[in-house]
Design a protein around this ligand. Structure first.
Ligand SMILES: [Zn+2]
Ligand SMILES: [Zn+2]
Ligand SMILES: [Zn+2]
Length: 745
């Protein structure tokens, strides 16, 4: 057969994962002549082969590609006939078109972990050991293509031994951009909280860190995409100190544990959860806590769930190996601000930590830890960041133009889109202060720089008060507003590849701006990619005091009671009423009566809050979703009863449920019947749209009881799995509203 010259283009996660040496070795086996290189679109191969050989070669690539790579497409074309001398790996070429998938930051692989503890290895106990199959990627990339010169490793000149490994196509470290060693790589330093360096090198700073942790100190440890605040999770004083200093009274802390065995001592772990804990992404996995543990009761007060992750860097491995106790490892930030990535950012919270374990490899792209949980065999992502981000998603139709989607206000993520592909940034955090807005703007710049991307349209939420919207409106580009709950449902539709059909979307969340300028959040929307129609919703109630009602569930409960009983509410004896003073109640009643500083809301998230207040479970909350988590604790699956509710002219009136809950003395019964009622409401509305696929989204659906019950009722339901159903997925939905649906992709 005739020998022709072909060009093969492979797209997907193919850079920084050992793809070129794999192709090199394979091409040698096939005795091909030609070359392979990285372009900004992916990997390209030019070679001489017969048609038959070429097909076999492509088949083998699909079957045997390196473990950390994933292939989106392989295309080949015949090109001008050329002659080559042998097979070579060529320098990267920067060219245009499409998004390259950037490799995410991954764990330390087994081979490296073994060498780390091997006294004979030249990298024995070296805290930055890495190879082609593991380690940092996204967090150190300045721009593409992914070469050492374009990363924060560029300032470390390789020693001869590293250079030799780096240049040998048969070596596990061939073109592993972040490699280094004692001789040439990054180093640790240990500082006090006034930034005085107490030690530097690679052994002593770890010893000092371990000693400090044992003494109950809080140490800020530089990780992959930011710093963690770390302390001994079995030490009550240390944990309470961390809560107080971080202004975090009750939100659970994540735990980093030495290995799966230590995790099993604290939590029940099924196969799927164990796999996630062990996966190269190393996310925080939410697990059921065992009753008797050595943990301080302040790690996750009042909750039966624990967030656990395993060490994902060699440095973590060395620390946990030395201390051998569960460690709290929580993002270094104050409340929900962006995670600190450098000393300057860390300096602003010097009162929080006692010491810093630092290193001199710069974090170029901020990336927090990811959080996932398993419900009914589905992997639900609540925070998509390290290990997963940034990742691209293929849209069912091409975009009208290059666009930037700026997301919502809380749990912000942004997205860039071109043709049929979208890249979602890692989790950025809650906007609302200067630091978070700076981080949001930096995330947009990071994406634009890395992907060399420009947009002509900017997509934003309809809420004019969101910082993300303000940013969008100030830019010189076409603007398009996208309603919040519509974006939620669109995010489910694109994630699940739904096409050419309408769906019934159930969008339940805390708050979002609706078409009638009220705050929505208990919405049933019939949607397609063209638009949506609100077909049912919770009957609106008043948020007494606006923002204050979000922090104080009792205000929502009170408004619901006022709607039912009017002034007689003031005579009712219940936990909600008794949490207020007489004066407060009079003021709030006037507020309700006159509708002063009391925006209307139809939010299901707020109803969860109200129920927690009526039952005396929580009157104020310190983090979003707290009421829902506390209610989960009380659910009893043997209780199957439902409260009555009414649906009139698209409005769902839950008054009779509120009355029922008020009259119920047993919390467990009340909570269980409440959950059952939410499902009954969905069932009742869906009854009118049975031919449509059912899609659910919004922060309320991070509730595992709700998801379990829904799954039982509607096994075919569509929901967010890889992307968060909370506002972290809004940017993706905004992008989906901007497709050109007359064109098939
Ligand atoms: Zn490795
Ligand atoms: Zn070296
Ligand atoms: Zn939302």
């Amino acid at each position: 057969m005739e020998l022709c010259t072909y060009k093969i283009i492979i797209k997907g996660v193919v850079q920084g994962v050992g793809f070129r040496p794999f192709i090199y070795t394979l091409a040698k086996q096939f005795s091909f002549n030609g070359y392979v290189y990285n372009g900004s679109f992916g990997v390209a191969i030019v070679l001489n082969a017969t048609q038959d050989e070429l097909e076999k070669f492509i088949c083998t690539i699909r079957e045997e590609h390196p473990p950390l790579s994933s292939i989106e497409s392989i295309e080949h074309t015949r090109t001008k006939q050329e002659n080559f001398d042998g097979f070579a790996i060529k320098e990267s070429v920067k060219d245009r078109g499409g998004f390259t998938n950037i490799p995410p930051d991954l764990f330390v692989c087994e081979d490296c972990a073994r060498e780390l503890f091997d006294p004979k290895d030249r990298r024995y106990r070296y805290p930055f050991i890495t190879c082609t199959n593991c380690g940092v990627r996204y967090s150190i990339i300045n721009n593409l293509p992914y070469d050492r010169a374009n990363t924060s490793m560029t300032k470390f000149t390789m020693c001869q031994a590293c250079e030799a490994e780096y240049s040998d196509p048969t070596n596990r470290r061939y073109h592993a951009q972040p490699i280094g060693c004692y001789e040439c790589g990054p180093k640790l330093s240990f500082l006090d909280n006034s930034l005085n360096e107490l030690s530097s090198g690679n052994e002593e700073p770890i010893e000092l860190t371990v000693e400090a942790l044992k003494q109950g100190a809080i140490v800020a440890i530089k990780g992959v995409g930011g710093y963690h605040l770390v302390c001994d999770a079995t030490n009550d004083v240390a944990v309470q100190k961390l809560r107080k200093r971080k202004h975090r009274p009750s939100k659970p802390f994540a735990l980093m544990l030495k290995d799966i065995q230590s995790a099993q001592e604290l939590a029940y772990i099924n196969d799927q959860e164990a796999q996630l804990l062990h996966s190269p992404q190393r996310p925080i996995v939410l697990l059921d806590k065992k009753h008797e543990t050595i943990l301080s009761g302040d790690v996750a007060p009042r909750l039966s769930r624990l967030g656990i992750f395993l060490p994902y860097t060699p440095l973590h491995l060395l620390i946990l190996d030395a201390i051998n106790t569960p460690l709290i490892a929580t993002s270094a930030n104050i409340s929900d601000d962006p995670i600190a990535t450098n000393i300057e950012e860390l300096r602003s919270m010097e009162a929080v930590y006692d010491f810093i374990l630092d290193h001199n490899r710069e974090i170029l792209n901020r990336c927090d830890d990811s959080v996932v949980m398993v419900i009914e065999r589905r992997i639900i992502t609540t925070r998509r960041a390290r290990g997963y981000a940034p990742a691209s998603l293929k849209l069912p139709y091409p975009l009208q133009e290059n666009a930037l989607a700026v997301g919502a206000h809380q749990k912000n993520s942004v997205a860039i889109g071109s043709e049929e592909s979208v890249v979602l940034s890692p989790y950025i955090g809650d906007l609302g202060n200067i630091a978070s807005i700076k981080s949001f703007e930096r995330a947009i710049k990071d994406l634009q720089r890395i992907y060399n991307f420009n947009y002509t349209t900017i997509l934003h939420d309809a809420h004019k008060g969101y910082d993300s919207t303000c940013y969008a409106l100030a830019q010189d580009a076409h603007k398009k507003e996208v309603y919040h709950h519509y974006a939620h449902i669109l995010s489910v539709m694109v994630e699940n590849g739904l096409k050419d059909q309408k769906v019934l979307g159930v969008a339940f969340d805390g708050t979002g701006f609706g078409e009638d300028a009220t705050l929505w959040g208990g919405e049933f929307l019939v949607c397609d990619y063209v638009g949506f129609k609100r077909v049912a919703h919770l009957k609106p109630f008043l948020l007494l005091g606006g923002e204050a009602a979000i922090k104080e569930p009792r205000r929502v409960a009170l408004a619901l009671l006022f709607d039912i009983y009017g002034k007689e509410t003031l005579e009712i004896e219940c936990p909600t009423l008794s949490s207020f003073s007489k004066e407060e109640l009079t003021t709030l009643y006037t507020m309700w009566e006159r509708g002063l500083n009391a925006p209307q809301s139809s939010s299901m998230g707020r109803v969860f809050d109200a129920i927690a207040s009526l039952l005396g479970i929580s009157q104020t909350i310190s983090f979003e979703g707290e009421s829902g988590m506390l209610l989960e604790e009380l659910y009893d699956e043997t209780i199957v009863e439902v409260y009555p509710f009414d649906i009139q002219k698209k409005e769902i009136d839950i008054s009779r449920m509120i009355i029922g809950i008020l009259e119920e003395n047993n919390r467990q019964i009340a909570v269980s019947k409440f959950f059952n009622t939410v499902i009954a409401i969905i069932k009742s509305i869906y009854g009118g749209y049975k031919t449509l696929p059912l899609c659910i989204s919004g922060g309320v659906f991070q509730n595992r009881i709700l998801v379990k019950l829904l799954h039982k009722e509607f096994p075919n339901l569509f929901m967010n799995e890889q992307f968060p159903s909370n506002d972290g997925g809004i940017a993706l939905g905004q992008m989906a509203s901007f497709m050109n649906i007359s064109k098939n992709s």
